[in-house]
Write a protein that binds this ligand. Structure first.
Ligand code: SF4
Length: 292
């Protein structure tokens, strides 16, 4: 049985940059905290905690002022910056530059649209930290939709600006665009900024990976997809694998591997989410080989 790792797997540049930034400050004396889990991956979180990075799980900053706070790649809403400033803590802002630019665009559109009583719509998961950080740019007055069928046929107060979470499903976003254009009687999305402006804000790192990952999944008898249970990017990419290879299995740790999955398989492909480290994929490969 041949077990190989997807050549496109590993951290996306935004997550890699955030981890590097956090690791760089761990060498200095004093405590470093991260607001929320730095990545949606328990294996990597355990490694970072062992290295001395404390994850704040409940959103409440620790009572001491002499500390460093890391903002993760997903970004944070404006009031989080204020609370770190008020506390006098040192901020290590590891927001992915792509997310940061998107936050600025949402803010700018909101400032353009709000005086005209228009609508900002964000397509994404309501509770996802990135979506919260985007909605925070509007003072939480954007409409967040999770599913294309939430688009109401009677339209919305124009002008409308539409954004997608950077890791949203591209096919579903296209459907949102189609339904929204129909509800607003817009034929050409960007011809009339007073009616609708559509931002193609899904991250290219995510879309570019899709075709390569599908090819990889198709070319193996069995696919093991490794990801954190709370990673939306992971769920989306796993479904892509399963759409072309029914023998695809999602695991968050090596303990979830089932030997029967590999019976009769000649090739096994191991891949993962944008937040899954290559070290974990290598660990999974070793475990699979030990089962054979
Ligand atoms: S998926 Fe894209 S936007 Fe999100 S952290 Fe990675 S590089 Fe940044």
């Amino acid at each position: 049985m041949k077990v190989s790792i997807d050549p496109g797997a590993g951290f996306c540049p935004g997550v890699r940059r955030a981890i590097n930034k956090a690791e760089n400050v761990l060498a200095y004396p004093g405590k470093t905290y991260c607001l929320g889990d730095l990545v949606h991956n328990d294996y990597e979180i355990a490694r970072l905690e062992n290295a001395g990075l404390y994850m704040i799980k409940n959103g409440v900053l620790p009572p001491v002022s002499d500390l460093r706070i890391v903002f993760r790649a997903h970004g944070e809403p404006p009031e989080r910056y204020d609370s770190v400033r008020i506390k006098g803590a040192t901020l290590i802002d590891a927001t992915c530059p792509i997310v940061m630019r998107l936050q600025q665009k949402v803010k700018k559109e909101w400032e353009r649209i709000a005086p005209m009583n228009g609508t900002v719509i964000i397509f994404g998961k309501k509770s996802h930290p990135e979506v919260v950080s985007l909605n925070g740019q509007t003072g939480y007055r954007a409409l967040v939709i999770e599913n294309p069928n939430e688009i109401q046929s009677g339209g919305y107060p124009p002008p409308v600006a539409l954004f997608a979470q950077t890791t949203a499903d591209g096919t579903a976003y296209n459907e949102v665009i189609r339904l929204l254009s129909k509800s607003l009687n817009v034929e050409n999305q960007n011809s009339d900024r007073n009616k609708l402006v559509v931002y193609q804000s899904i991250c290219k790192q995510v879309t570019n990976r899709n075709s390569g990952m599908k090819e990889f999944a198709r070319s193996n008898d069995v696919v093991i997809f490794v990801g954190g249970k709370s990673s939306s990017n992971g769920k989306y990419l796993f479904e892509l694998c399963r759409s072309v290879n029914i023998n695809s299995h999602f695991v968050s740790s090596g303990a979830e591997l089932i030997p029967a999955w590999f019976s009769g398989a000649r090739t096994v492909g191991v891949t993962g989410a944008a937040s899954t480290p290559l070290s974990q994929l290598n660990h999974i490969v070793r475990l699979i080989n030990s089962l054979a």
